[in-house]
Each structure stands twice: as C-alpha cells, then as structure tokens.
Design a protein. Structure first.
Length: 260
C-alpha cells in the first residue's frame, strides 16, 4: 500500500533534514571556510554567521574551530534542533533578506545553495545588501551558487534508517526556462512493515547566470572572487563549470588599506 501526500513537507523538514544531508561533509566545509577566511578575510576577528543554518551542523564545526557562532533560519523547528546541537550559538529567527545587523560579522556563509532561496531576484539583491551591511570592513560572505544553465537533470538521492523504517530522500532542481525561477523538488519515501508512504513538496528558488550574480554583488559594494566548488582545495574558477563558491569581500576603507 502506498500513500502519497503533496505539500507542507518543508514546514516539517527539520525532522528529516539530516537525512537529506547525510552525504554532506560539514567538517570539510568548515575547514574550507577556515582556509578561505584566512586567505581573503581582513577584518581580524572570528564572529561568524550561517545564513540558512538548518539544524546547526556547520555551526558546531565552526565553534570547535574557534569562532563565535550565530545562525539564522526561518524555521523555528530547525533552530530548535540547532540549539540542541550547538547550544553556544546565538540563533536568529527570520528571513535572510531581513537580516538586521551592521558591521557585526567577520565571516558569513550560506552553503548548500541556500542563497537561492532568496526569491525573486529583487529579494536576492536585498539579501546581498543586508549581508554586506552586516559584515565588518574586511569581512567575507562565502556561498555556493549554480548558473541556471546547469540546472536540468540534477538530483541527489540518499537513504537512511530509523528503527525498522527505511527512508529514501530525493531532491533536485527543475528550470522551466526562460525566467528567474527554478524549482526545488523534494520528496521522502518511507517503507515500513510492507507499507510505503511518500511526501512531496516544491519550492521556488532564484535562477540567474554568474554574470548577473557578479553584477549584483558588485552593485552592493562587494569584491567577489569566484572559486571552484571543491571543498578539498582553494582554486580559482576555471570559467567553465556551472557550480561555484563565491568569496565576496567587503573592502577595507581606503585609508585603512593604505596603511595596512
């Protein structure tokens, strides 16, 4: 017997989020953030904010690496899980585009393509402006992004066990071009005692090209550096791949840079 339910999955995703992200190397991401911060950051501190922090896995790793950590998410359930995982974190409930801080952080990250949740493009631009304002001079925003030309056919599948139930998690993008909207489709399949239950949900995300992304970053005042999306090494983007990591730097004031 199969039962299928559409919609409302994401509202309850905190319970299943770690299953969706079972293959994510958070320790490797944290090491990469540490290297990038050391390479590009010039603010001199270790105040860190994770935008779209989920259940707090990255917060816990950055705290162990000596950062004072904060996390923002629009799901209170996610934040409750993050508080259990990393009780040292200052947790903020809200939307990325409503971040309200000035010269507060040395490092801000938004990984697992979370920045694309700022939709549509006008909201994404507002999120970038808010992040720029929240960084200290010399601070860095680091996030991953996908060019809309590389969206079709991308699906991630993972499995997990909970008691005698087997879960299959699927997530993937669909881009009904042209336009600025791509769709994230997520589903969970639970098999237990001969019965199968499925949940399905869809979410609008922002689709754009890297040229457009660079222009929006520069319009906010950032000095962006595009890197290969490879957390094992720090390499400049080759201009060919359609997934990148972006180190967006908030420049030091001219007089400070001149005397540094």
């Amino acid at each position: 017997m199969t039962t299928s339910t559409a919609g409302h999955l994401y509202a309850d995703l905190s319970r299943y989020y770690d299953g969706f992200c079972a293959g994510v190397d958070y320790a490797g991401q944290a090491d990469f953030l540490l290297r990038a911060h050391g390479c590009f950051g010039e603010s001199g501190g270790r105040d860190y904010l994770d935008l779209g922090c989920g259940t707090g896995a990255l917060l816990a790793h950055l705290h162990r690496r000596g950062f004072t950590v904060s996390g923002l998410d629009y799901s209170r359930d996610m934040l409750d899980a993050a508080a259990r995982r990393c009780p040292q974190a200052a947790l903020l409930h809200g939307d990325m585009a409503a971040l309200d801080a000035v010269d507060r952080y040395d490092l801000i990250s938004s990984l697992l393509y979370s920045l694309h949740y700022s939709h549509p493009l006008a909201v994404l631009s507002e999120t970038l402006r808010r992040a720029f304002r929240a960084l200290k001079p010399g601070g860095m925003l680091l996030f991953d992004a996908v060019d809309k030309r590389g969206l079709q056919g991308r699906e991630v599948v993972s499995q997990g066990q909970e008691g005698d139930a087997t879960f299959t998690y699927r997530s993937g993008w669909v881009y009904p071009e042209p336009g600025e909207t791509m769709e994230l489709r997520v589903s969970i399949r639970r098999e237990q005692d001969g019965e199968t239950t499925e949940w399905h949900d869809r979410h609008a995300m922002t689709a754009l090209t890297f040229d457009d992304l660079r222009a929006r970053l520069e319009a906010c005042g950032f000095d962006p550096v595009f890197l290969e999306r490879d957390f094992s090494t720090l390499r400049r983007w080759d201009g060919q791949s359609l997934n990148v990591l972006v180190a967006a730097l908030k420049p030091l004031p001219a007089h400070t840079a001149a005397t540094a």
